[in-house]
Design a protein around this ligand. Structure first.
Ligand code: NAP
Length: 531
């Protein structure tokens, strides 16, 4: 392979992780090049532009904390920021810290090969250009490889085919249209109420219903914003000591320790407050099936109160463990099914057979559609990494290494792949924590690590095989104490992708995770092979 332009660090991806990695490492004096497939920054918020897309973590928490000036000067307009505002924020950060000059947009990295002789990585882009770097940082995102199910004759559909994760940049007008949507996860739950207001008919094809809690989104409460900003650092620090690094007011008692009325009152208060904090109603919803059933029963009751047609309400009630699939947060999702122009098809009863030129055929029916939307999610956590041909020592590919599920150390590094880091990879809290907090923690850890190597004239860092083995065991052991690995077919385990090895991928518990990462750094990275 011919040699190309050389950098200290190459970062793949210019979402929130890649942007901060660039800023932090550049500030430390490393030469950094970022590659990004899209033609703009923002990652998830660049691609997921469907109507109704918004974050379900409070804006004052879902934002960077690395710059005091940034977090004080930026004002969010709503409690939960809508996608366009988050994308504006990403662009603002890119401008403010002059990031674009080191980002190559519209560039897909195709291969990454570790050169043992020179102890460096060689990357080739889709355009055939070659670059080299001492270190590579994968900021490719957890939910960035779209899941496009293998529906028969999907390519024959002559109407408009959309995926929520790759939404057009221009406004899509559904007025007067017959629209079909497959999927009822977080993305579908946000887009369905919006499209229902425009479409002539919206047909929702549901395989598994999701639990959804109302967002009760609102304009930003200015006095709340002022109060948080007056103690922002403490607020952030308090949140980082919580399980998911969120200000979710965790209750420290069991759902089974109190009277039915008290339990109901707690759920009702959380329902009225809205959002993901519902999952923190009691301390045992994730670990005790009887406790979990009380929460599920409460949501079922709410669905039956909201949806007028009781048979339809029943079909919308999930029978899985609450929280096992990512809890959804909505605005008028269940209410939307009271509209005359919205139909729910349970594909367990009437399976999708094929897509036709003009719509979709189930076992018993034919649906004529102008637009078909796939809200079918992502090949999560490993999908984006494994779609690049990554070769470590002796040509071992990451695909081979992870055939039986992801194996890494600290969710950050992989044995056999020196000088290679993943941000919010499997084996780290990532999707089960406030993502931006998790991203900043990872970038800071990597930046400290690279500084340590430089200060000590070291050129290579590789996870020890035994450290990795113990880490994978630990991640599984923690997950197995909860109801999540086996309580449903979630993307946390890869069960949404046919043929994907079923392994619960995230590390559960942000504070204990951070402690372990800090310990490793404080012990001079002794669980790594350093050269
Ligand atoms: P998702 O949660 O994986 O939902 C995908 C949906 O498509 C599920 O209902 C799934 O059914 C269905 N599906 C997949 N393959 C199918 C097939 N072959 N036939 C029929 N149905 C099929 O994906 P998502 O809604 O895009 O959300 C992914 C994650 O992104 C969320 O969990 C969340 O972490 C994040 N997200 C966050 C927000 C937010 O901040 N508010 C918004 C959107 C997304 P099954 O359940 O049966 O597999």
């Amino acid at each position: 392979m011919s040699s190309g332009k050389q950098f200290d660090v190459i970062v793949v991806g210019a979402g929130f992780a890649g942007m901060y990695a660039l800023h932090r490492l550049r500030t430390l004096g490393f030469s950094v090049q970022v590659f990004e497939v899209g033609d703009g920054v923002g990652g998830t918020w660049y691609w997921n532009r469907y109507p109704g897309a918004r974050c379900d973590v409070n804006s004052l928490e879902y934002s960077y904390q690395f710059s005091q000036e940034l977090q004080q000067q930026w004002n969010w307009s709503e409690k939960y920021a809508p996608q366009p505002e988050i994308l504006n924020y990403a662009n603002h950060v890119a401008d403010r810290f002059d990031l674009r000059r080191d980002i190559r947009f519209s560039t897909r990295v195709q291969t990454m090969t570790f050169d043992q002789k020179n102890n460096s990585w060689q990357l080739q882009t889709e355009q055939g250009e070659i670059f080299q770097a001492s270190y590579c940082i994968m900021a490719t995102g957890c939910l960035s490889k779209n899941n496009i199910p293998d529906f028969e004759d999907l390519d024959k559909f002559r109407g408009r085919l959309l995926h929520t994760g790759d939404w057009p940049h221009e406004k899509v007008d559904f007025s007067g249209q017959r629209v079909g949507i497959i999927g009822t996860g977080s993305s579908a739950i946000q887009v369905i109420p919006q499209i229902a207001q425009q479409a002539a008919i919206l047909t929702v094809f549901q395989r598994t219903p999701s639990f959804s809690i109302p967002a009760h989104n609102a304009q930003m409460d200015k006095s709340y914003e002022r109060s948080i900003k007056s103690r922002y650092a403490d607020f952030r620090q308090d949140n980082s000591k919580r399980y998911a690094a969120l200000n979710n007011n965790p209750n420290s008692i069991s759902a089974l320790e109190i009277s039915d009325d008290e339990r109901e009152a707690e759920y009702e208060a959380r329902w009225q407050a809205g959002g993901l904090a519902f999952l923190a109603s009691f301390n045992d919803l994730a670990i005790n099936i009887d406790a979990n059933k009380t929460a599920a029963a409460f949501v079922h009751k709410k669905i039956h109160q909201i949806v007028e047609d009781q048979a339809l309400a029943k079909r919308l009630c999930p029978q899985t463990v609450l929280g096992c699939k990512r809890l959804c947060v909505d605005t008028d999702y269940y209410q939307t099914f009271n509209r005359d122009n919205v139909k729910l098809i349970d594909i367990n009863e009437d399976a999708i057979e094929k897509i036709t030129a003009t719509g979709l055929k189930t076992k018993d029916n034919v649906y004529e559609l102008d637009t078909l939307i796939l809200a079918t999610g992502f090949d999560a956590m490993t999908g984006a990494l494994l779609s690049i041909d990554i070769r470590g020592i002796d040509g071992l590919t990451l695909q081979e290494k992870w055939q039986q599920g992801p194996k890494n150390y600290l969710g950050l590094t992989v044995h056999g792949f020196p000088n290679f880091f993943t941000i919010t990879g499997p084996g780290s809290p990532s999707v089960l924590a406030n993502m931006i907090v998790a991203i900043e923690q990872h970038v800071d850890w990597i930046a400290d690590c690279l500084s340590y190597l430089r200060e000590n004239s070291l050129h290579s860092i590789e996870a020890n095989e035994e450290s990795e083995r113990q880490w994978v065991k630990l991640v599984n052991r923690i997950a197995d104490q909860t109801l999540f690995p086996s309580g449903c077919n979630s993307w946390y385990t890869g069960a949404n992708i046919p043929g994907k090895r079923r392994v619960f991928m995230p590390y559960l518990g942000f504070p204990s995770y951070v402690e372990k990462c800090n310990e490793v750094a404080a012990n001079s990275y002794s669980s790594f092979k350093l050269e």
